[in-house]
Design a protein around this ligand. Structure first.
Ligand code: FAD
Length: 414
């Protein structure tokens, strides 16, 4: 009998770690997991900025936020566990059954001064991906390696070889892995990049199209007293704008690991309709989120910024701030007073900021089972297949969707 070739899973982030765990537990197939990042030793660190700013566990990709805008750095997890190894740990929606017990509601004692001030502004305590430690599904992968159940290769996948509408091998910078099937879980920017670099555009529809993210504006709050707390963020405030647009105001106790004198006050549009793309040009891979391209998003963001201003000038925030700035240059909040809509729109365009919530870049490239259309044996199970960016912080929906596809793959590979 000829030996079956392995299943190759690309990327061990939030989705990939769960997919591999399901396949290892419920099939007897040989599994090779290729993940460029290493094991993070920071799962006991509750202040996420301390983890995020360890250069070895995240990487930056250049993207634009608006058509024709300046390039900015999009930060993504690069570790066993991917985004879940470094993220802000907020779960602003309900906890999916699949992660029951692995998250907990933040408590008043977790709150720093900024969180408390947002609570006093009709904010609410958020759920945290933390329960006596960070929830990082990469830890389960480590156990599978220790048990000899899977092989993990730390390398960078460049493209997939294919013949007669079948993937035949996964290539990394240094070697090729023959495979029976490929499961792509490299995240919303890397998964389409790999498909594009594999020359699959003639077989597969809409690779990279439909990319979404949460457009965000942040103010810097110069603090009267330095922040010393357990969590950098744990309170949110839901806001409603015209039509069905919803937003989320969040506070961060500091702007970075080494700056406890300044805090952040941010607002994100949580259900944008604008969509961007990932594509390949002569200069390499390109990403544009194309934020605020629809009139609906434009109006909603303007209203969201006005609601952020209301929070910034509220008594609870003013009582702990010496000043509030609207940009890195120290421009005061008063600069936004009496702006016309056109002026405010222009200011928003110049000051949009990035959150690492990219999704949906391959949502039209797969069928409902996560199988890539036009190819027999490539599947996608990460944030790129979500139909739209979630109206809550995205990791929970990535978990639910990746587990749904993993259960289908278990039947497929049984
Ligand atoms: C800084 C930050 C803060 C965030 N805050 C929150 C939050 O508070 N709450 C929330 O719910 N969500 C948050 N998120 C988003 C959440 O973590 C992501 O939505 C989620 O991790 C996406 O899962 P994924 O499996 O699609 O991709 P990822 O988790 O990004 O996993 C992709 C994996 O693939 C690997 N990879 C990529 N390319 C290659 C390649 N070519 N070869 C081999 N390996 C490759 C990467 O190293 C990574 O491990 C945050 C993310 C970041 C980065």
């Amino acid at each position: 009998m000829t030996k079956r070739l392995p299943i190759v899973v690309v990327g061990s982030g939030t989705a990939g770690s769960l997919v591999v765990s399901q396949l290892a537990a419920n099939t007897s197939r040989e599994i090779i997991l290729i993940e460029v990042g290493q094991v993070s030793p920071y799962d006991d660190q509750s202040r996420f900025m301390n983890t995020l700013e360890q250069a070895d566990f995240s990487s930056c990709v250049s993207t634009t936020l608006t058509d024709g805008g300046d390039p900015m750095s999009y930060r993504q997890g690069q570790a066993l566990g991917g985004g879940s190894a470094v993220n802000g740990m907020l779960l602003t929606g309900d906890a999916p059954v699949a992660v029951e017990g692995l998250t907990r509601m933040a408590e008043l004692s977790d709150c720093g001064q900024m969180s408390k001030a947002l609570l006093d502004n009709d904010g609410r305590l958020s759920r945290l991906w933390w329960n006596a430690g960070r929830w990082n599904p990469g830890r389960a992968v480590q156990h599978l390696v220790e048990e000899g159940r899977i092989t993990v290769v730390h390398d960078h996948v460049t493209y997939i070889d294919h013949s007669k509408k079948r993937a035949t091998a996964v290539h990394t910078a240094s070697r090729a892995f023959e495979c029976e099937s490929v499961v792509l879980t490299a995240g919303a920017l890397s998964t389409p990049e790999i498909l594009l670099r594999s020359g699959l555009t003639r077989l597969v529809p809409a690779i990279g199209e439909g990319l979404q993210n949460h457009p965000t504006i942040s103010f810097t709050v110069k603090l009267a007293q330095k922040a010393t707390v357990q969590f950098d963020t744990c309170v949110v405030k839901d806001i409603a704008m015209s039509g069905d647009s919803v937003g989320l105001i969040t506070t961060f106790e500091r702007v970075g690991m080494n700056d406890e004198e300044n805090a952040l006050l941010s607002v994100s549009l949580m259900n944008p309709s604008s969509r961007g793309a990932v594509w390949i040009s002569d200069s390499g891979v390109q990403c544009d989120f194309n934020m605020l391209a629809t009139k609906r998003d434009r109006v909603a963001m303007r209203e969201a910024v006005n609601q952020l201003i209301d929070v910034a000038i509220s008594k609870p925030i003013q009582s702990l701030a010496t000043s509030v700035f609207i940009d890195d240059e120290g421009t005061p909040l008063s600069h936004l007073s009496n702006m016309t809509n056109d002026e405010l729109d222009a200011w928003i365009d110049g000051n949009l900021t990035l959150v690492s919530h990219a999704t949906s870049s391959c949502s039209q490239s797969v069928d409902s089972n996560g199988k890539v259309i036009g190819v027999e044996n490539i599947y996608i199970a990460d944030a790129s297949v979500l139909s739209s960016v979630p109206t809550v912080t995205p990791a929970s929906e990535v978990v639910v969707e990746s587990l749904r596809i993993a259960h289908i793959l278990v039947q497929e590979f049984a």
